[in-house]
Write a protein that binds this ligand. Structure first.
Ligand code: ADP
Ligand code: MG
Length: 228
């Protein structure tokens, strides 16, 4: 693995919820880096701050204290326009698949290209269908989410996250609603495709059976990172 410049670098990150007397610290002095193409698993008990950390990294929440640098840019100083640009360089996979129910599998994946006007519609369709074939859903292109199994929906979500070749994938408990065999399958697929596309992955999971897909495992407890 090339340990070149990190794509993500976090220094002394703190985060709080609530105001005044109700103010509560949920992240304490977080420091860590992710290098290109690295697969990092983040574990830890429920309520320890994992999702909060992911939403800060993903630009879905504003940094309150500390530094968060993604692809050389400081997100704590980013304007709303810069934040939007950053978000497009990240693929998101959530616990629930978050597919649009009124769009087919192919159309859901094509949505990722919505903000890339340089790409023709034909090209967007072709790349989406290619990506769905890569997650073994070639036979489900025109199916709506309601007609897909849990594992298939999560594979569509993976295709949607990866189709634009983002440098970073954030996955928050993507296997939580799947049985263990399907969950393992989905994560292995994500691992292979991320390596193939050169994307780094930060994956939150409680599932001990998938820890081996990681290059590195970090653990969160009470808002603090404990590195193995
Ligand atoms: P995890 O993903 O590890 O379960 P979270 O980041 O979701 O942890 O939550 C960390 C802590 O912050 C928990 O105690 C949770 O109740 C609290 N929390 C999460 N989101 C909010 C919010 N929007 N407002 C206030 N407290 C929150
Ligand atoms: Mg969470």
């Amino acid at each position: 693995m090339t340990l070149s410049n990190p794509i993500l670098s976090i220094q002394n990150l703190n985060h709080y919820y609530g105001e005044a007397a109700l103010k509560r610290q949920v992240l304490s002095n977080i420091n860590f880096k992710i290098h290109p193409q690295e697969i990092v698993i983040l574990t830890g008990p429920s309520g320890s701050g994992k999702t909060t950390l992911l939403t800060l990294i993903g630009g879905l929440r504003s940094v309150q204290q500390g530094q968060l640098q993604f692809l050389g840019q400081y997100l704590n100083a980013a304007t709303p326009t810069e934040m939007i640009k950053t978000r497009r360089k990240i693929g998101y996979i959530f616990q629930a698949h978050n597919l649009m129910p009124f769009l087919t599998a192919s159309q859901n994946v094509q949505l990722s290209f919505e903000f890339q006007p340089s790409l023709s519609r034909q090209e967007a369709i072709a790349r989406s269908e290619q990506m769905l074939a890569a997650v073994r859903l070639k036979h489900r292109l025109n199916y709506y989410p309601q007609s897909l199994s849990g594992g298939e929906k999560q594979r569509v979500a993976i295709a949607r996250a990866l189709v634009t070749d983002p440098p970073l994938i954030l996955a928050d408990e993507p296997t939580a609603s799947l049985d263990s065999k399907t969950g393992r399958d989905v994560v292995e697929l994500m691992q292979v495709l991320a390596k193939d596309k050169g994307s780094a992955v930060l994956l939150v999971t409680h599932d001990n059976r998938i820890l081996d897909v990681a290059d590195r495992i970090i653990r969160m407890e009470d808002g603090c990172l404990i590195c193995d």
